[in-house]
Design a protein around this ligand. Sequence first.
Ligand SMILES: Nc1ncnc2c1ncn2[C@@H]1O[C@H](COP(=O)(O)OP(=O)(O)O)[C@@H](O)[C@H]1O
Ligand SMILES: [Mg+2]
Length: 307
Amino acid sequence: MTNALQKTLSGQVVGRTREVELVLAALAADRHVLLEGPPGTGKSTLLRAVAQGLGIGFEFVEGNAELTPARLVGHFDPARVLNDGYDPSVFVDGPLVTAMRDGSLLYVEEINRIPEETLNVLITVMSEGELNVPRLGRIAAAPGFRLVAAMNPFDAVGTARISGAVYDRVCRVAMSYQSAEDEEAIVRRNTEGAHIGADWLSKAVSVVRHTRSHSDLRVGSSVRGAVDFAKVAHSLAELRGATIDNPSVGIDAALVALSGRVRVREGSVRTAEEIITEIWQDVFGRVEGDDGEGKAGAPTTRGTTSR
Ligand SMILES: Nc1ncnc2c1ncn2[C@@H]1O[C@H](COP(=O)(O)OP(=O)(O)O)[C@@H](O)[C@H]1O
Ligand SMILES: [Mg+2]
């Protein structure tokens, strides 16, 4: 792993030095890799950058319920089968066969969402290094073929199905939420040209981070929410002819960017809007008197945190 490579990667990936190193080491050791972490923790960003940085080809597959074995492996073109029969030239390679033939990376997003039978095909390829396709025959994985997959361990869909059989065949790199500094740098990168002040930006990131630990919220927002918060606040301020520091701009932008991203805990009597307004006020400071709109009835207890 050259310094040049690490430099290239640090141009694309904010922070994550250790995770980048672990993924590079696992790939160099010819291992399959699973990146596990909540949405928005940079799994795709990291894997894309690593594949590009290494200069190795990669086949990208979106994991979802429609990813049948035929879509992953490939299929015989039905129209041509009529004329030419089941000839190898009639077979249309899917991403798995392409990656195996080329010795490149097969990159599967949200692997927990793929159907059981498709998962079994991947398990077979990982254990045997080859695949038997009916009427086509045996396809061996060329050197360099590796599976890299990403999943959200808290996804309600199919995570339980990711069995010991998969875990036993991959190296796992855990991705937790980025540090506040890294999240600020990510938002900064995504809002270049908007000239958002450092103080506002760091408070905005702080609001988003608080959604992850608030006792009334089961799911908080990822850094994607922070990027949207900053972008919406910037345009809303322009539309209203106000500055981004204006409380009604900030609260409205936070509500638009975050209220759909958080999940209120069962049993809580409060709405997402009330909770986000409260977090915003805790971070940016309460506005007494002149905002007077009584935003969604959020409690305005006096004498609490003023930061
Ligand atoms: N470490 C990082 N460096 C640069 N951008 C990042 C990083 N982490 C997240 N992002 C940004 O946040 C968004 C979500 O990242 P992504 O890689 O798609 O997350 P995941 O695949 O884990 O859901 C992307 O727009 C990406 O640009
Ligand atoms: Mg992703």
